[in-house]
Write a protein that binds this ligand. Structure first.
Ligand SMILES: Cc1cc2nc3c(=O)[nH]c(=O)nc-3n(C[C@H](O)[C@H](O)[C@H](O)COP(=O)(O)O)c2cc1C
Length: 476
């Protein structure tokens, strides 16, 4: 079944990276991942991070439901000491799907309960939660809001690929762009949500600037006129305002950010010999809207702006930076290197190891530019049975402070405990990056407008029947 990942031993993975010209130094064991670190006056018990992983399983008014509670109990019990809670919308119209969490006075009690259950599961399994950091990712989905895209700018490459669900067509030039006054209103929503987050027991909030949702789109809005577009100062005006206000108005709440440090350009599947192969969209001349990307050679990262933004936000009080990249709708192979593509994707246009190496290289460059600031790296799941050795190698060399695990946490939520107790993952739970989880995320033909997501092959109890239902609907 494996197309790319055929390594039986760490040395084989190392040799494959050597062959691709980007040597990897795997650690002999996971030990470096169990060194505590400090952030914002707190000691965090290990370097393992549960990345934000939406379950798309909330109620229609944005509260966690049964599967959401279950997921956070499993994350809590799993042993990672930093649980970077999932995308949680700051308003109703900021949600990316009908079942995304939304932090409001109405949902606050249920979200508080969810966080409390996560902590108590952690205490029960690990003995102590004083060295656990738990928070939520505050999001405005911007271009990917449903049912109506809330666009920050015109993106000539992305607009034709962005589906306007309410209108039943792609975005076009007639669609309105968010006004400056609307953007200022969104800053108020972030502050209100941050205050609620503190009240419900978050240690931190993440001001999400990734994956081309609103604040990520603004980072690249070079062609937006007015005070929120054009110069880097303008493009970062909204995030700076949000961070400054939360610092002042919600003292004591730690502020982190997950940010795109490389956008790249959109890809599309092209049917060639019966296979959907990934191809970049045609792009003549400099790339207009891509952050962290060399405009004349979009394959290459240009980190001058991401570094400048991260440094400025750290000056304003951001304590931790989670480095990510790409756009899950337009170039999923960049965000999450995978063995098999998601339903709305295409066959990998590059060896997934190259995708992982891009993540490692960019996270290391960001960490080098931010000495003393803990940086989290992403994109480790494709490394499967050896992900911990690569992560430990990166941490031991100081190339990142923490390793974040995304898809791997859905198949193997107790991955950190397994590493601690056995020094390796449980082979029967290692994520094989088959993209079932993304498949469920993209499945909308449900009475609530969205199927919940998880790991059908390894968590059959919760997702086996759900997957079968989705498959049955897809087959003619
Ligand atoms: C089902 C699913 C849900 C996700 N939810 C979020 C999210 O809420 N916020 C976010 O920043 N990234 C989200 N991601 C991206 C992951 O956090 C992570 O960056 C990506 O999967 C790559 O890491 P990995 O190789 O460890 O999986 C999601 C990915 C998947 C597959």
């Amino acid at each position: 079944m494996a197309r790319f990942f055929q390594y039986k031993a760490p040395g084989e993975l190392q040799a494959a990276a050597d062959e691709l010209g980007q040597p990897l130094s795997l650690a002999p064991s996971a030990a470096p991942l169990f060194e505590p670190f400090r952030v914002g006056g707190r000691t965090v018990g290990n370097r393992l991070v549960v990345q934000p992983m939406e379950g798309c399983d909330g109620t229609l008014d944005g509260a966690p439901d049964e599967l959401t509670f279950r997921r956070y109990r499993r994350f809590g019990a799993g042993g990672a000491k930093l649980i970077w809670g999932e995308a949680t919308a700051v308003s109703a119209d900021a949600r990316a799907n009908t079942r995304q969490l939304w932090l409001s006075p109405r949902t606050a009690p249920a979200i508080e309960q969810m966080l409390a259950e996560c902590r108590s599961a952690h205490r029960e399994a690990c003995g102590d939660d004083r060295d656990l950091l738990l928070g939520l990712q505050l999001t405005h989905s911007g271009r990917y809001s449903v049912p109506r895209p809330l666009l920050a700018t015109t993106d000539p490459l992305l607009d034709p690929l962005t589906y306007h669900r309410a209108a039943g067509r792609p975005v076009n030039a007639t669609d309105p762009r968010l006004t400056d006054a609307e953007l200022r209103g969104i800053a108020d929503q972030y502050v209100t949500a941050a205050r609620l987050a503190q009240q419900v027991g978050c240690d931190f909030v993440d001001i999400k600037q990734c994956h081309h949702y609103l604040l990520s789109e603004l980072l690249s809005a070079r062609n937006r006129p007015g005070p929120y577009g054009g110069s880097l100062e303008n493009r970062t005006r909204l995030v700076r305002e949000i961070v400054t206000r939360i610092r002042a108005e919600v003292p004591g709440l730690l502020l982190f950010t997950r940010m795109n440090c490389y956008d790249g350009i959109p890809f599309r599947g092209e049917l060639i010999d019966g296979e959907r192969r990934g191809r970049p969209v045609p792009c003549e001349g400099p790339v207009p809207n891509a952050f962290g990307t060399d405009p004349n050679e979009w394959q290459r990262e240009d980190l001058a702006e991401p570094i400048a933004v991260a440094r400025e936000l750290v000056q304003l009080g951001v304590g931790m930076v989670n480095v990510t990249m790409g756009n899950p709708y337009a170039n999923p192979h960049v965000v999450r290197p995978a063995e098999y593509p998601p339903v709305d994707g295409y066959l990998p246009p590059e060896h997934p190891l190259l995708g992982v190496l891009r993540h490692l290289r960019i996270a290391a460059a960001m960490q080098a530019a931010l000495p003393g600031v803990p940086v989290v790296g992403s994109g480790y799941s494709w490394l499967q049975d050896f992900a911990h050795l690569v992560a430990a190698g990166e941490v031991a060399a100081g190339r990142v402070t923490c390793a974040g695990f995304g898809r791997a946490t859905l198949s193997h939520p107790d991955f950190a405990n397994a590493l601690k107790e056995q020094g390796r993952f449980d082979r029967k739970q290692v994520c094989r990056t088959f993209s079932y989880c993304t498949g469920l995320m993209r499945a909308k033909d449900h009475p609530l407008g969205q199927y919940p997501t998880g790991c059908p092959p390894f968590d059959k109890e919760a997702y086996g029947a759900i997957w079968k239902e989705v498959e049955a609907k897809r087959s003619p």
